[in-house]
Design a protein around this ligand. Structure first.
Ligand SMILES: C[S@@+](CC[C@H](N)C(=O)[O-])C[C@H]1O[C@@H](n2cnc3c(N)ncnc32)[C@H](O)[C@@H]1O
Length: 352
């Protein structure tokens, strides 16, 4: 395996306080460069990936190629995306003139900005700072791949596999589990890397759901943001908040006005996409003040007050219908979230 000793790189100031050095390459923490140094671990990851000899494998961040070599031996082809030109050179040098070289394609660039090619399986020890955007980039890739075997920071991995009631169950959990089934495969200690990172790691297996669960993206995102804004509060208290109710009411009225102008009130089309009509931030989700205390909606003035409390009754009626008023997001299953959103939408209440 490439990469023997870490030598201290001499700093320009002569203090020697610099990144470690390996095979002529100093590692950059800013690029999450922690190379796998334990060959047994590399073998275990490849074996758990269940690679077929016909597989096109996507590797993200191949570094000096310790994992790449085993992937080339297991599959038909490896497409490796690496941001650091020094690593790209090292990788090409390592496989040049070997029978493996014609089955390796290296793309130099930031994986988040790269259009990904077709692949059957992704195997990667990634820089942890891109964990979240990379996961969603992979999960939106079409056609869907068979599975991804990825090393993440332990806490991030535990958030992906968390179940309702677990401390780490969060919006990230529900969003990823909407798109995929995720399994924890392996705990990995810091000392398997060179240089060792500050945190422990875990390898997980991500299997995109086939078929996908269809949701309207902005609607789903807006809904979950509200539910998880204060995940340990009851949904009854979250949906009684003034800010939540007034945002939902604004969306409701906009939708009503649009439907009236199109003569659609009696003929609701559940598949119409009204995203973008409501108040939303640049991600298309409504902004709720996290510090807002529980409050009843208190709008001054006769008509406004009446309308507001009518709307509040409508919202609370939806929660009661599904028996959600006393439940908390921290304990709701994916199916329950999907069901509650469908009840809101059926009542004409929208989140985007
Ligand atoms: C944790 S190291 C893994 C190296 C190697 N796969 C191994 O396991 O020994 C992460 C690698 O990802 C590369 N990298 C960092 N950010 C990247 C990005 N945005 N796109 C592609 N590669 C990136 C780094 O240069 C580094 O080679």
């Amino acid at each position: 395996m490439a990469g023997g000793k870490i030598k201290k790189e001499k700093s320009k100031s002569g203090t020697g306080a610099h990144a470690p050095y390996q095979g002529g390459i100093s590692f950059h923490k800013s690029k999450g460069q922690h190379i796998l140094k334990n060959p047994l671990l590399v073998d275990t990851i490849v074996q758990k990936a269940g690679i077929k000899s016909t597989d096109v494998i996507l590797e993200i961040g191949p570094g000096t190629g310790n994992l790449t070599k085993k992937l080339l031996e297991a599959g038909k082809m490896v497409i490796a995306v690496e941001v650091d030109p020094r690593m790209v050179l090292e990788l090409q040098r390592r496989f040049q003139g070997t029978p493996l070289s014609n089955r390796l394609k290296v793309i130099q660039g930031d994986v988040l900005k790269t259009e990904l090619p077709y692949f059957d399986i992704c195997v990667a020890n990634i820089p942890y700072q891109i964990s979240s955007p990379l996961t969603f980039k992979l999960l939106s890739h079409q056609p869907a791949f068979r599975c991804a075997i990825i090393m993440f920071q332990r806490e991030f991995a535990m958030r992906l596999v968390a179940q309702p009631g677990d401390k780490l169950y969060s919006r990230l959990t529900v969003n990823t589990q909407l798109l995929a089934r995720i399994f924890h495969l392996l705990k990995v200690g810091k000392n398997n890397f060179r240089p060792p990172p500050k945190v422990d790691s875990s390898v997980v297996r991500i299997e995109p759901r086939k078929p996908r669960i269809e949701v309207k993206q902005k609607e789903w995102d807006g809904f979950l943001r509200i539910c998880f804004n204060r995940k340990n509060k009851t949904l009854g208290s979250i949906f009684r908040q003034k800010t939540v109710l007034s945002l939902l009411e604004k969306n409701y009225k906009t939708l009503q006005a649009l439907q009236l102008s199109q003569g659609l009130v009696e003929n609701k089309d559940p598949d119409m996409d009204f995203s973008g009509l409501g108040d939303s931030n640049e991600n298309g989700a409504m902004e709720i003040d996290n510090d807002e205390v529980d409050e009843e909606l208190d709008v001054e003035g006769g008509d406004a007050e009446g309308e507001a409390s009518e709307f509040k009754d409508k919202v609370l009626g939806v929660l009661k219908e599904g028996d959600f008023e006393d439940k908390r997001s921290s304990k709701l299953t994916l199916q329950e979230f999907l069901y509650l959103l469908s009840l809101f939408n059926k009542a004409g209440i929208h989140f985007s």
